[in-house]
Write a protein that binds this ligand. Structure first.
Ligand SMILES: Cc1cc2nc3c(=O)[nH]c(=O)nc-3n(C[C@H](O)[C@H](O)[C@H](O)COP(=O)(O)OP(=O)(O)OC[C@H]3O[C@@H](n4cnc5c(N)ncnc54)[C@H](O)[C@@H]3O)c2cc1C
Length: 481
């Protein structure tokens, strides 16, 4: 399993501290040599574009001052940037959509920005996309060929970032996690080698990428997916008033995770500032079948809630319109701050727990603060592959719970405390696992939470493919434990 190393023995190493903070103190000639070798751009702190180039989609990390940003327009640029980072002992921050809630796609080191490396090729039942392609562009290209791959809805999320951590979405109970459709990947390793991996080539790397691949083993420059024919999708939304929230969650949790695979649903409750797009208690779903086929299922839910919804809408797309269409790429809340936390649950919540959750949601929101808790049904095709089939270990979950708190201006600490209080109620009832696509820096045991029983094997694979530690698990570098 050994790989040749391209590392030049005795190559000069700039100590890490010379590139920390906002200073670029490495000799200019060294950087300019890197810049001259690129098809894309090297952006240094003294350039006008730097201030834009250094920022991610998350305003919490606006204070990060990378020593440089390489905007990669060709795979060779990635190789040059990785080589440079390794030779000079600079940490690499790999970025595509820039949504990582840990801020791992920025920092004091060298940002390897893949966003110019974008494009999708659809060929029969296979689709290939470049490592910086965003979900919106990917799904548009698939739509144009009448094909689909299950992804999330947010158009500005990177396909690689979404897939490498798992990937749930509105057709997931029918088609599985996004990672389950991945059939191969091309990776620039820490030693500068480029490898293609799939079930037969570097199968250990391919296994690890699917669930624990966020920049831990290398930079993924291309992804190959098995596609399916895009079938019409019926989307529905039901809305109830605030006093139905516990009742809606109670009815949904025994319905959504056990529905036929064709039905993927979420139940959402909100508190604080009203969300004009949502009632305080909603159930939304996507149905992969004849539009009329879902009506009796929805009626079952309404009967279980015991009160008719005040909003009930249904629309059928000509094709699989689910991913990418709902949120525009330039509309990530205009980069507004959203605090996200995630838990998986293996069993339903009882009435006392549901009352505790709604009470925690309602405790003291500030004017302008918005709070949302979304339960997403698992089961179906999410749970079918064996836990060992990919690094993603949490196949048995009944549902996931994602809280999203949008703080009032100047009151982030208060929002964070309120969210922690909510999770103080949720966590003892949860399974202890969480989705690697919603990582948090302060989980007590991130290895168990995100990688479960797979962590030891992942660590062996990481050491093998990145012996110099050019990458490393983002959580290992940001977690406080
Ligand atoms: C509005 C919104 C909605 C979301 N909805 C869902 C959802 O429905 N389901 C779900 O599963 N997730 C969802 N997510 C989470 C999202 O899938 C993850 O945060 C994802 O990792 C973001 O990828 P990115 O490229 O946008 O971010 P980045 O910050 O660029 O990357 C995220 C991580 O992946 C690494 N990375 C990125 N590209 C590569 C690459 N080519 N090679 C190697 N490493 C790479 C980065 O270094 C970083 O560690 C949502 C996020 C947001 C903001």
């Amino acid at each position: 399993m050994s790989l040749d190393s391209t590392r030049a023995e005795g190559a000069p190493r700039i100590p890490r501290d010379v590139v920390s903070g906002s200073g670029l103190r490495a000799p200019h000639r060294v950087w300019h040599r890197l810049g001259r070798g690129l098809v894309g751009e090297l952006i240094l702190p003294d350039q006008n574009e730097y201030d834009t180039a250094r920022r991610t989609a998350d305003p919490r990390f606006d204070t990060a001052t990378p020593c440089a940003v390489v905007r990669c327009a060709h795979e060779d640029d990635v190789v040059h940037a990785v080589d440079f980072a390794r030779r000079w002992g600079i940490r690499a921050h790999v970025r595509a959509g820039g949504h990582c809630p840990l801020g791992s796609s920025t920092g004091p080191g060298l940002v390897i920005d893949l966003s110019p490396l974008s494009g999708t090729v659809v060929d029969g039942d296979t689709a290939w996309c470049a490592g910086g392609t965003l979900t919106g562009a990917f799904t548009e290209a698939l739509d144009a060929h009448g094909r689909t791959v299950p992804t999330g809805r947010c158009a500005s999320v990177g396909v690689a970032g979404h897939t490498l951590g798992g990937g749930t979405g509105p057709t997931g109970r029918g088609h599985g996690f996004t990672l389950d459709s991945l059939t191969g990947a091309r990776v620039v390793l820490g030693d500068g080698h480029v490898v293609d991996c799939d079930a037969d080539h570097h199968p250990d790397l391919f296994w690890a990428l699917r669930g624990a691949g966020h920049a831990a083993y290398g930079v993924v420059t291309g992804l190959t997916f098995r596609t399916r024919p895009a079938r019409p999708v019926t989307e529905f939304l039901l809305g109830w008033p605030a006093d139905c929230r516990a009742r809606v969650l109670a009815a949904w949790q025994t319905w959504g995770p056990h529905a036929p695979d064709e039905l993927s649903t979420t139940a959402t409750i909100t508190a604080g500032a009203p969300d004009p797009a949502l009632s305080p208690a909603t159930v939304s779903g996507s149905w992969l079948g004849e539009p009329t086929g879902v009506e009796h299922l929805v009626d079952d839910l309404v009967a279980a809630v015991g009160q008719p919804p005040r909003v009930r809408t249904r629309a059928t797309g000509a094709r699989n319109t689910t991913p990418g269409s709902a949120i525009r790429a330039d509309d990530v809340g205009a980069r507004s701050l959203v605090l996200r936390r995630h838990e998986f649950f293996d069993r339903p919540l009882d009435a006392t727990a549901l009352d505790g959750i709604t009470a925690a949601m309602d405790r003291g929101p500030r004017v302008g603060e918005h709070r949302r808790l979304t339960l997403e049904a698992m089961g179906g095709a999410y749970g079918r592959p064996a836990a060992e089939s990919a690094a993603f270990p949490h196949r048995e979950a009944l549902f996931g719970a994602l809280s999203e708190f949008r703080p009032a201006v100047g009151a982030t600490a208060e929002s964070r405390a309120a969210q922690e209080a909510l999770h103080g109620v949720l966590r003892p009832l949860a399974s202890g696992a969480a989705h690697p696509n919603h990582p948090e820096a302060d989980r007590a045991d991130w290895r168990q939470t995100y990688h479960g029983a797979h962590h030891a094997r992942l660590e062996e694979i990481r050491v093998h493919y990145d012996p110099d530690g050019v990458f490393g698990f983002p959580l290992a570098q940001t977690a406080r434990n």
